[in-house]
Design a protein around this ligand. Structure first.
Ligand code: NDP
Ligand code: 2IT
Length: 451
């Protein structure tokens, strides 16, 4: 068995089958490249066609979502759920509401979720879903009617032991509330464990809201320890200003670092004085309550400057960069600017925010690079902890959940480093995450026969 030839053939097959699924192909190719090392050592996984099976979702559900706007107008969106793999546990992964959502985006997210969930060490399969609905500018009532219409179809396919959706871009506690309400109406069952990211007042877990951002910074802390370094007093560039960005900023402050940027799709705010205290509270209120634009931050605080249409990466020097908005938001030019400005660590809060060329450049210049499927796994890991609490009918304290989250991030970091080292590419967290994530899933698939 020539491992390289075998992988080349699978890559060719993926590329010719779905040339238009750019995001999925990008995510699949990255994993397949890491698999060259694995197949050489485990030819049995090639004989058993584990990779060919893993790149095809178990199933994809596509449906119509009809809803009524506040003016009585009829609206229609597309709804999706990609159930990728349940080798390790029930399908698990978020729902994204954004106009750019399509099958390619959700397949990339569902595929990465398999490896991410495997890395957590919990019993979670991989899935993703969502809609091309745009929540921007919609009233609460419109969002509610949309969520109800979305659940009218989705409820057939989910359940606490079947498939457990959660939040992602455009989906937070408000949307999860409307979704659970409709699930209850349709099934007459209070199955709290069917969704995670619930309000802490009715079945949610403490720390789930904070978990992705906190986990990301715990992961960065582990990476820096390898070089006998720490976050304290380092300037940190953060993109995005949603759930992940907010709590990454919060945790950077806890560690004594200086978060100096945040952004949204209209531009970037740089605040060299640090986004903290009253300014951090303003950010939370602006984005979570008033749902306003980030430019307002710079109108309110004189320490800040707003750069319309710009991403953060070249705007100010920083040792650490945390992309926390969306896919492919940090390209080769951005990576070059980061390195020129002395950046030594990039960790992904978003899913696949760094383009492949940028990843190669950063790794080639000695920058510690944490891929999202490892560094942002704290969110789904805490979703797993929410499911455990729902099954136990108990709630753990903030401290208990936070401690478990930190322990999980530590062990993910160790799994990545150990696998990277064992397979001959030390310090390469991309290979480490792909290989460690894959080996657990592959063993489960093999144990469970040809299905
Ligand atoms: P939110 O909806 O809370 O925030 C998204 C942020 O990213 C907003 O600031 C938004 O700006 C910006 N953004 C979204 N799309 C674009 C775009 N196309 N171009 C520029 N900016 C954009 O989402 P989350 O914080 O939950 O998610 C952010 C990232 O983290 C995503 O990649 C998600 O998949 C990933 N992630 C989320 C987890 C979670 O638990 N929520 C867990 C792990 C990963 P604007 O408001 O202007 O659109
Ligand atoms: O990308 C992700 O890991 C998430 N959006 C969180 C998924 C989850 O089930 O908590």
């Amino acid at each position: 068995m020539d491992a390289n030839q075998y992988i080349d053939e699978i890559i060719q097959d993926v590329l010719t089958k779905y040339p238009w699924q750019k995001e999925f192909n990008q995510a699949a190719l990255e994993v397949l490249e890491s698999m060259r090392l694995v197949i050489e050592r485990y030819p049995k996984y090639a004989e058993h066609r584990i990779l060919e099976r893993l790149i095809v979702p178990d199933r994809v559900v596509v449906f119509r979502v009809p809803w009524q706007d506040d003016h009585g107008g009829y609206q229609v969106n597309r709804g999706f759920r990609v159930q990728f793999s349940n080798a390790l546990g029930p399908y698990k992964g978020g729902l994204r509401l954004h106009p750019t959502v399509n099958l390619s985006v959700l397949k990339f997210l569902g595929f990465e979720q398999i490896f991410k969930n495997s890395l957590t060490g919990l019993a979670l399969g991989g899935a993703k879903g969502g809609s091309d609905f745009d929540p921007k500018g919609k009233s609460d009532d419109e969002v509610m009617r949309f969520c109800q219409a979305f659940m009218n179809e989705l409820f057939h396919y989910i359940g606490p032991d079947t498939d457990v959706p959660a939040g992602d871009i455009g989906v937070g506690v408000r949307e999860i509330g409307y979704l659970l309400g409709q699930y209850k109406m349709l099934t007459r069952i209070y199955a709290g464990g069917v969704l995670t990211g619930k309000s802490i007042h009715w079945g949610g877990s403490l720390i789930r809201t904070e978990a992705t951002g906190y986990g990301l910074v715990y992961f960065v802390d582990e990476m820096l320890r390898i070089r006998d370094d720490e976050i304290r007093e380092k300037q940190v560039l953060v993109s995005g200003s949603g759930n992940v960005a907010q709590y990454a900023i919060d945790k950077v402050n806890h560690f004594g670092g200086i978060p100096i940027s945040c952004s949204d799709s209209s531009g970037t705010v740089i605040d060299l004085d640090g986004i903290r205290g009253e300014k951090f509270d303003f950010l939370l209120d602006l984005k979570n309550v008033r749902r306003g634009r980030i430019a307002e931050y710079a109108e309110r605080f004189r320490t800040a400057t707003f750069y319309p249409g710009k991403r953060p990466w070249g705007l100010a020097p920083a040792k650490i960069a945390l992309p926390c908005a969306t896919q492919n938001e940090l390209d080769l030019d951005d990576a070059t600017a980061l390195v020129e400005n002395g950046c030594m660590c990039v960790a992904e809060g978003a899913n696949m925010p760094t383009t492949p060329e940028a990843v190669a450049y950063l790794q080639g210049h000695g920058v510690l690079f944490g891929p999202g499927k490892a560094s942002n796994a704290g969110g789904v890991a805490t979703s797993g902890l929410e499911m455990s609490q729902n099954s136990l009918r108990l709630s753990w304290t903030r401290e208990e959940v936070d401690e478990k989250l930190r322990g999980i991030m530590r062990s993910i970091h160790k799994r990545c480093r150990d696998a990277a080292e064992e397979f001959g590419t030390p310090d390469n967290y991309v290979n480490g995450a792909n290989i460690a994530g894959f080996l657990r899933v592959a063993k489960a698939m093999d144990d469970q026969g040809l299905v």
